[in-house]
Ligand binder design. Structure first.
Ligand code: UN1
Length: 507
C-alpha cells in the first residue's frame, strides 16, 4: 500500500539515518521498517557506523559551543518553531506513528500532540530557568546560583513512544542550551527520520544544526559508544530494566548522569465505594490502550471484595466488545503488538500464569486469519490471579491484566508496592481518607499516583518517571529541566576586605 503521508514527510527510498550539522550518507547497513499490522515494508533507513557516530558527536560538540551562548529565550524561539513545525504536520506524523508502531490513530495523534505540548512548555521555560539568591553570612558579599548548559545529551528512545519521549528530552534540553543526539529504537526509525527532517532545518538555519542530531544505528555502532562516551555528560534512556541497569552502571562508572525511564508494573485499585463506571473505562483504556505497550499500562487490578465479582464481570464483558484490527481503521480499539517477539512473550506470560494457578477470564489467544496475517495481533487478556504468583510481579509488554481481590485498602497498597517497579498507580474511591492515605508517605511508592483516573495518559506539565527498578529518572515538566543543566554556586565579594566563612580567622 502506498501512503501519501510518507511523501509529505519526505520519506522516500532509502533514507539517511545520520544527521549532525546536516544529513549525510552513512556507511552502515540498511534497516527495514515494517508495518506491524500488515507486515508490509514501509520504508528503509541507512544506519550509522562507528565512524558516522564520531562525525555526528564531534559536530554536536562543536555546535554546543555556539548554542550555549545563545540567550535562552532565543533558543526558546527556535523551539517554538520546532513545535509549530510538528503542529503543521501533526496529521502525517500521527499516521506514521500508527503505521510504524501500531498504536491507534487517535493515540498516534495524541502522541504527536504530547510532543507539541512539551515544545510549548519548553518555550515558556526558556524564560523561567530560575536560580535562587540568598543572603551571605559575610558583609558585602552576594550569594546566588546560576544554571548553565550541560553539554551533549544522548537520548535513547523506545519504540512505544517513538516521538513524544524524545521530545520530552529534546525540547527541554535544547532550551537548556544542550546538544541533543538521538538514538531511536531500531523498531521505529522512520518516525525519527521524519521528525529530524522536519525540525533540523530550523536549527541548521541558525548555524547550529548539530544541536539536533540523529543516529539510527545498532548497539555496537551507536548505543554502546554513546553510553561510554565522556562527551555525553547526560544519557537519557527509555527501555527495559535490563537495559537500564547496564546504562546506569556504565554512565555512573564515568561519573556522569543518567535519566532512566524503565519498566512499570502499574496497579489500579478499586474500592467498594468507587465510581464503578469510571473505573471500568479507566481499566479498559489502561490495560488495552496501545495494546498494553505503554510503560504506564495497567497490568494489575486490585478489587475490593464487595465489588470484585460484579466489576470483573463488567470488564470481561467490555473486553468482548473490543475490536482488534488495523489501528488506522476507525473503530479499532486494539492494534498489533510491535513484532512477533512481543507475541511470543505474551504467550509465554499466559502459559506461566496458567501454570502458577491463574485462570484466563478473557482473551488469551494469538489471532490468526484474515486481517491478522502479520502474526502480531493478540487478544487482550484478563487473568484471575493471586498476588503471590511470580508472573504478576513481572512486566510483560502486552495487554495482559491480572485481577486480584483484596480485603481493604491496606492490603491493596501492600500488594501494589510489593513489586520491583514503581512507575504508576491509581486508586478509585470517593472516600477522602482513603485517597489521602494512598497519596501519603505510607501509600503508593510510585512516581505517579492518581485518584479516580487510570495509570496511563499523564500530562506533560509535571515530572514523569518512577522509583525503584523504574530507574528514578524524571522527564517532562516541573523542575525536570534541572538535570539538563549544570548548577553553579556564585559568591561575590563587593567589599574591600576578605572575611572568611564560618567565622574563621587566619593569620
Ligand atoms: C511511556 O510509556 O514510555 O503517561 C510513556 C502516558 C504517556 C507517556 C507514556 N503520556 O501514558
Amino acid at each position: 500500500m502506498t501512503h501519501e503521508f510518507l511523501k509529505e514527510l519526505g520519506l522516500e527510498g532509502v533514507n539517511s539515518g545520520a544527521c549532525g550539522a546536516e544529513f549525510f550518507e552513512p556507511g552502515g547497513e540498511i534497516l527495514s521498517s515494517y508495518d506491524p499490522a500488515t507486515g508490509e515494508l514501509i520504508g528503509q533507513v541507512k544506519q550509522a557506523t562507528r565512524e558516522d557516530y564520531e562525525r555526528v558527536v564531534a559536530e554536536a560538540s562543536e555546535a554546543f559551543k555556539k548554542w550555549r551562548l545563545m540567550p535562552a529565550p532565543k533558543r526558546g524561539e527556535l523551539v517554538r518553531q520546532a513545535g509549530n513545525a510538528m503542529r503543521s504536520k501533526k496529521d502525517a506524523l500521527g499516521k506514521l506513528v500508527t503505521l510504524e508502531m501500531g498504536k491507534l490513530l487517535q493515540e498516534g495523534l495524541g502522541e504527536v500532540q504530547e510532543a507539541i505540548d512539551i515544545a510549548d512548555y519548553a518555550v515558556g521555560l526558556s524564560r523561567q530557568m530560575y536560580g535562587v539568591t540568598t543572603h551571605s553570612e559575610r558583609p558585602e558579599h552576594r550569594l546566588y546560583e546560576q544554571w548553565h548548559p550541560l553539554g551533549n545529551v544522548g537520548v535513547i528512545t523506545a519504540f512505544n513512544f517513538p516521538i513524544a519521549v524524545w521530545a520530552w528530552n529534546a525540547m527541554i534540553a535544547m532550551v537548556c542550551g544542550d546538544s541533543v543526539v538521538w538514538k531511536p529504537s531500531p523498531k521505529t526509525p522512520l518516525i525519527a527520520v521524519a521528525t529530524q527532517k522536519l525540525l533540523h532545518p530550523i536549527f541548521a538555519a541558525e548555524g547550529v544544526g548539530a544541536i539536533c542530531s540523529l543516529l539510527v544505528g545498532d548497539l555496537d555502532n551507536v548505543g554502546v559508544p554513546m553510553v561510554n562516551d565522556r562527551r555525553f555528560p547526560l544519557i537519557s534512556a527509555t527501555g527495559s530494566c535490563r537495559m537500564g541497569r547496564e546504562v546506569a552502571s556504565t554512565v555512573a562508572g564515568r561519573l556522569a548522569r543518567s535519566v532512566l525511564e524503565l519498566g512499570g508494573n502499574n496497579a489500579l485499585t478499586v474500592l467498594d465505594d468507587a465510581p464503578l463506571d469510571l473505573a471500568l473505562r479507566a481499566v479498559v483504556f489502561g490495560a488495552c490502550g496501545t495494546a498494553g505497550q505503554r510503560c504506564t499500562s495497567t497490568r494489575r487490578l486490585f478489587l475490593q471484595k464487595g465489588i470484585a465479582e460484579d466489576l470483573t464481570q463488567k470488564i470481561v464483558d467490555a473486553y468482548k466488545q473490543v475490536k482488534i484490527g488495523n489501528p488506522l481503521n476507525e473503530g479499532t480499539l486494539v492494534g498489533p503488538l510491535i513484532d512477533t517477539d512481543a507475541v511470543a512473550m505474551y504467550e509465554k506470560a499466559i502459559e506461566a500464569a496458567k501454570a502458577q494457578g491463574g485462570e484466563v477470564l478473557a482473551g488469551g489467544n494469538v489471532l490468526k486469519g484474515e486481517g491478522y496475517e502479520s502474526g502480531c495481533f493478540v487478544e487482550p487478556t484478563i487473568i484471575r490471579a493471586t498476588k503471590d504468583m511470580a508472573i504478576v510481579k513481572e512486566e510483560t509488554f502486552a495487554p495482559i491484566l491480572y485481577v486480584m481481590t483484596v480485603e481493604d485498602l491496606n492490603e491493596a497498597i501492600d500488594a501494589q508496592n510489593d513489586v520491583d517497579q514503581g512507575l504508576s498507580s491509581s486508586l478509585f474511591t470517593v472516600n477522602m481518607r482513603a485517597s489521602e492515605r494512598f497519596l501519603s508517605a505510607a501509600g503508593s511508592d510510585c512516581g505517579i499516583a492518581n485518584i479516580n483516573l487510570g495509570t496511563s495518559g499523564a500530562e506533560i506539565g509535571l515530572a514523569f518517571g518512577g522509583e525503584k527498578d523504574t530507574g528514578g529518572g524524571r522527564e517532562a515538566g516541573s523542575d525536570s529541566w534541572k538535570v539538563y543543566m549544570r548548577r553553579q554556586t556564585n559568591t561575590l565579594n563587593y567589599g574591600t576586605s576578605l572575611p572568611l566563612a564560618q567565622g574563621i580567622t587566619f593569620g
